[in-house]
Write a protein that binds this ligand. Structure first.
Ligand code: PLP
Length: 387
């Protein structure tokens, strides 16, 4: 299958070979279905790694894209834009109360990089606390708080000290957070680690100890945010509000966009020139951010996620699946044999899903527009696959 058209006469691709690609070349999509170059159809429980939040070809996204492209394709942050103001207002209103100020960037790593920068500046402290298994991105600071960073982040030295806390270990967290800690950064539901949710009790402890120590609490909702938990953000689902919240991936439904949200109290300490971005807050991304939020609300997608997630939890422990973890549409199916084989068997039957850092977890990250019939098909397909 695949990329014959993109290789040269010697068969070499011009692309740097850094991704372990799967044997599947999508050429078009509609709703939650993808069509491949060889003409097969796939039901998409992967969502382009949690990015295709509204699936493919959503008419309102296409209309917003076309309208904005015709009006104004790009302008920088040195000029005011009504569409940027509207997107920021919509995002702040969608986010937990108090996170009222928005800084737009282009990716998840960039959002976390800036959240950490804000935390260091605001506290003047040198240390960050991170959670085992975390993935926060590949820029310098984000990589430094990503699990295994010493081995892979690629820079000669870490830009700051990190204290690692074992997953969901409240006692270790209490010990780690003191008056030298600028911030605790965590994914309320760890994505790359295999859709592992931190317990509400751990998140409440994180809130309490950071407040007591004068440290800041950062929720990385790059993967679990934007409705994926069945709530606007995991912070809403868990009823714990951080000081800073980062989001990206599905934020603009597939167009590059990221954001850092902070309260007014932190915003007051940030001066002109402290942060910046050429593309962040561009009109195309902002038109889509505004539309994504409006579609989530007007199409009742949060309720849809909660309903179908409950069904997946109740019905998918069949075939090779021995248990289900995670929240909303960020789910991990624990498998009795290596997930790679289960993913291949699913693909052979026309269903795409994701892997994770855990070799026995299949990750589900479907678009929020999934329907009951698609869950029916997932359940019956899993039941057909050898355990
Ligand atoms: C929780 C989390 N944070 C940050 C990132 C990095 O996002 P990006 O690849 O857009 O830089 C990811 C990407 O998978 C992620 O899952």
């Amino acid at each position: 299958m695949g990329n014959e058209a993109t290789v040269d006469a010697t068969g070499a691709s011009a692309l740097l070979d850094v991704f372990a690609m799967i044997d599947f070349e999508p050429v078009s999509g509609a709703g939650v279905m993808l069509k491949s170059a060889d003409g097969r159809e796939y039901l998409d429980f992967y969502g382009g790694h949690a990015v295709a939040l509204l699936g493919y070809g959503h008419p309102r996204l296409l209309a917003a894209l076309e309208r904005q492209a015709r009006d104004l394709f790009f302008q920088s942050n040195l000029v005011p834009l009504a569409v940027r103001e509207r997107a920021a207002r919509a995002l702040a209103d969608f986010a937990p109360p108090g996170l009222d100020r928005v800084f737009f960037v282009n990716s998840g790593a960039e959002a976390n990089e800036n959240a950490l920068r804000i935390a260091f500046r605001a506290t003047g402290r040198p240390i960050v606390v991170a959670i085992a298994g975390a993935f926060h991105g590949r820029t310098s600071a984000a990589a430094t708080v990503t699990a295994g960073s010493a081995a892979w982040n690629g820079f000669p030295s870490a830009p700051f000290e990190v204290r690692w806390v074992p997953f969901d270990d409240e006692d270790a967290l209490r010990t780690a957070v003191d008056d030298r800690v600028a911030a605790v950064i965590l994914e309320p539901v760890q994505g790359v680690a295999g859709a592992r949710a931190l317990s509400p009790s751990f998140l409440r402890t994180a809130r309490e100890v950071t407040r007591d120590a004068g440290s800041l609490l950062i929720f990385d909702e790059v993967q679990c945010g934007m409705g994926r938990t069945g709530w606007p953000f995991a912070a809403d689902a868990m009823d714990v509000t951080p000081d800073l919240l980062t989001t990206a991936k599905g934020l603009a439904g597939g167009f590059p966009a990221g954001a850092v949200l902070i309260p007014e109290s932190l915003a007051r300490g940030i001066k002109r020139g402290d942060l910046g971005s050429t593309f962040g807050g561009g009109p195309m991304a902002c038109a889509l951010v505004e539309t994504v939020i409006s579609v989530i609300q007007e199409e009742g997608l949060l309720g849809n996620v909660r309903h179908l997630s409950a069904r997946i939890h109740a019905e998918c422990a069949v075939g090779p699946v021995t248990g289900i973890q995670g929240t909303g549409f960020l789910l991990g199916l624990r498998t009795s044999r290596p997930a790679a084989g289960v993913l291949k068997d699913l693909r052979a039957r026309g269903i795409l899903a994701g892997g994770s850092a855990d070799p026995n977890v299949v990750r589900l990250l479907p678009p929020l527009v999934l329907r009951d019939v698609h869950v029916d098909r997932l359940v019956s397909t899993l039941a057909e696959i050898p355990a």
